[in-house]
Design a binder for this molecule. Sequence first.
Ligand SMILES: [Zn+2]
Length: 492
Amino acid sequence: MMKRFPALLAVCCAVLPVAALMAVPVAAQKAAAQTEMPTGAKVAPVAATQAKTTGMRSGPIRYVIIVSVDGLLPASYMEPDAHGLKVPTLRELAKNGAASAGALSVIPASTYIAHTTIATGTNPGTHGIVSNQAWDPLDKNQAGWRWYTEDIKVPTLWDAARAKGLKTALIDWPVTVGAKADAVVPEYWRASSPEDMKMTRALAKPPGILDAVVKRMPDFWKEFTPPDIKDKAATEIALYLIETQKPQLVMLHIFEVDHWQHEKTPWSPEANAAVENADAQIARVIASAKKAGTWEQTALVVVSDHGFTRYSKQVRPGVLLKEKGLVTMDDRNRLTDWKAVVVSNTGTAYFHVKDAGDEATKKTLREIFEPLAGKPGTGVGRIFTHEQIVAMGGDPEAYLCIEAAEGFLFTWGYTGELNSPARGPAGHGFAPDHKDMKASLLFYGPSIAAGKLDGARLVDVAPTVAGWLGLKMDRAEGRALPVKITAKRVRK
Ligand SMILES: [Zn+2]
């Protein structure tokens, strides 16, 4: 998730101009949710495969463990040999589980936005986590991210599970500071100093949970120094909880793969080592559920939040806003007022207009960016209107959105160079239909049949899980995926 360089950015694909409305419009998603049914299932998977579940438990799955491997590319399990990957666990999941060759992410395809979609079954415009960083046009919040659960506008999977009396555990899952789960070790950092470990200890619940983990893993605090958290340490918390608390819903987020793909590009030796390490952590989770005696009734979901693409150049669109007088800066180059601001998400950038009735500023924004869209060398690929943004499930407060062209990313700020070399070799944050933004999605367990999942989206994960556990998620915009369940039903 690139916490240390939140402004780091990404890029786009083919330089397509405006039109090309990508992702499936929200209205169409809702229609799909109402019409899609599993085909000829002997054992109806998610009961009636409805987004709006009934709250009745009907299948053999009593436990769900969701492991998000941040930035994991579907090719890591679809074609591991092509990249020399030793990933026995992912291979097994892809072979004997229900696998997507690439699930549709969200706009922008970035960490906090996508994780909240996974957790709620809704698009960003509905759940409210529309970018990684908190809304902060005057830059007063020290680049703070959207860490706090209270900013999620719709119920989450853990809310729905708790409402049904199930035990829940959240480990390093984004946007979980303040989450009402039974066990929470939220993802949070501030100054990236040892002081942040104290905050982690203070926020972790139930109290003493991390002391118990240290007993199992004495070097835990060497491996858990926010925001640098090793996958092994985060996973150890999950193992402890699975073995001692047997939560019915576990949501674990690990992100060394994302880190190394940002730093060295996907398929670099470092990134491959991180993927192999993530594979080992997933194996540990399975072993832990077996040890706890819950595996036979467990469904494991391995998911990622976005893909990755390479870039070499960056564009700072804010410079153009300043040139046109849309922002006011003081003598230290700090923003003091604005008619329009840019919120960069690496592969895309949103523009917000302060006064909704300010047609002159809207016109100026269009005049700046429409001629650049799709023009070689500008770094701007596609451009999306407010209506298109809303139709894609993006930020309903944004007036305009641009996506970076192939080889480019968008960065923050209003001063400095308009064009410069990229600060890193690879990233994300593009529109979800970008050729490199597809996310990973695998379902696996003793009662899940092997199969391929076509057309899966991250917005479908929560309704699928909700169906298995009999949870009510009335606000979900995705649909339960037709994952086939093979085991006999157990007691109701
Ligand atoms: Zn991510």
